[in-house]
Ligand binder design. Structure first.
Ligand code: ADP
Ligand code: MG
Length: 323
């Protein structure tokens, strides 16, 4: 595999948690309602994700692991109306370039599944196999052929906590999906499918947070804001639990974090940060999600409006709530 390909792969896949994020997003895109994540040694040894989504047809398998091949965009204009998570066709190609991978998948109209083994980008012939409809992707020995990346891996415990966070972001954004996370044979999270966002939040953080959620909701010119802010009596010394989802995808946005801080002005102790679980939904053409390699940062067309909407919606809710 060429050095260029390996360097490019490192741009998308920084650590085991990046693999988990990309594979989870693919499973969601494939319409899965059940997803199981299993890791060994914080994902350094092994990551396996099984879903019950639509699967990959035999003839599409080679394409799925080819750079810049995606089944999700058909023309350049689509880049601006991305509804799915994947849209560049980089993730699987990158992952399979820098690991020993197995893809096993079956579509509903096929009598059997197919298995593709790829070792450092070298694919073996595709073989038929028995498996249920859906996809399993197993990634072993991540970075085994990129020693510099490998050296930057932290302890299994640290890598595991990054994976748990990647899992949480997808699980919080998709309460309707049943999701499990296993680490070295033990259950880290086992989440039942639910229609209730509060229930999913509760499954992660327990009653301390779930019983102190203040609902917020507003829609202005096609931009809707929904979800919860947490009662100011509960705060943190970091911004980790500020969950903001744009069209069901976790994002980081400094301006919106600032709006949140403004909304809580005077309600928190110095050095403390508010907690929130907020969902922004808007037509995909009102935002450019193609800015950041890991797609955590986006560029809004109406950044100013969204800032004001967030601030005003939370403020108004606080005024009518007995804090
Ligand atoms: P992208 O998601 O940007 O299209 P990826 O490299 O993540 O690129 O995936 C490549 C292609 O492989 C996808 O477009 C999709 O067709 C297929 N694919 C990957 N994972 C799955 C899955 N879990 N279920 C069904 N199809 C999948
Ligand atoms: Mg993808």
């Amino acid at each position: 595999e060429s050095v260029i390909n390996k360097i490019a792969a490192g741009e998308v896949i920084e650590r085991p948690a990046s693999v988990v994020k990309e594979l989870l997003e693919n499973s969601i895109d494939a319409g899965a309602t059940q997803i199981e994540v299993t890791i060994e040694q914080g994902g350094i040894e092994m990551i396996r994700i099984t879903d019950n989504g639509g699967g990959i047809a035999k003839e599409d398998m080679p394409l799925a692991v080819t750079s810049h091949a995606t089944s999700k965009i058909t023309d350049a204009d689509d880049l601006f109306r991305v509804g799915t998570f994947g849209f560049r066709g980089e993730a699987l190609a990158s992952i399979t370039t820098i690991s020993q991978a197995m893809i096993r998948s079956r579509t509903a109209d096929s009598d059997c599944g197919y298995e593709l083994l790829i070792n450092g980008g070298q694919a073996e012939p595709i073989e038929p196999c028995g498996c249920p409809v859906g996809t399993t992707i197993e990634v072993r020995q991540l970075f085994y052929n990129t020693p510099v990346r490998q050296k930057f891996l932290k302890t299994p415990q640290t890598e595991k906590s990054h994976i748990a966070e990647a899992f949480a972001r997808v699980a919080l954004a998709n309460p309707q999906v049943q999701m499990t996370l296993m680490n070295n044979q033990s259950v880290v999270h086992q989440l039942a499918a639910t229609e209730s966002w509060r229930e999913r939040i509760s499954a992660f953080y327990g009653p301390e947070i779930a019983d102190n959620l203040i609902p917020v909701s507003s829609t202005e010119r096609e931009i809707s804001l929904n979800g919860f802010v947490v009662d100011p009596s509960i705060s943190r010394s970091n911004k980790r639990m500020q969950y903001l989802f744009l069209n069901r995808r976790y994002i980081r946005d400094h301006a919106l974090q600032h709006a949140l801080t403004e909304a809580y002005r005077g309600l928190l102790m110095v050095g403390r940060y508010p907690l929130c679980f907020l969902r922004l939904d808007m037509p995909p053409n009102m935002v450019d999600v193609n800015v950041h390699p890991a797609k955590l940062e986006v560029r809004f067309q109406n950044g100013g409006q969204i800032y004001k909407q967030l601030l005003a919606t939370i403020r108004e809710q606080f005024l009518s709530t007995d804090l």
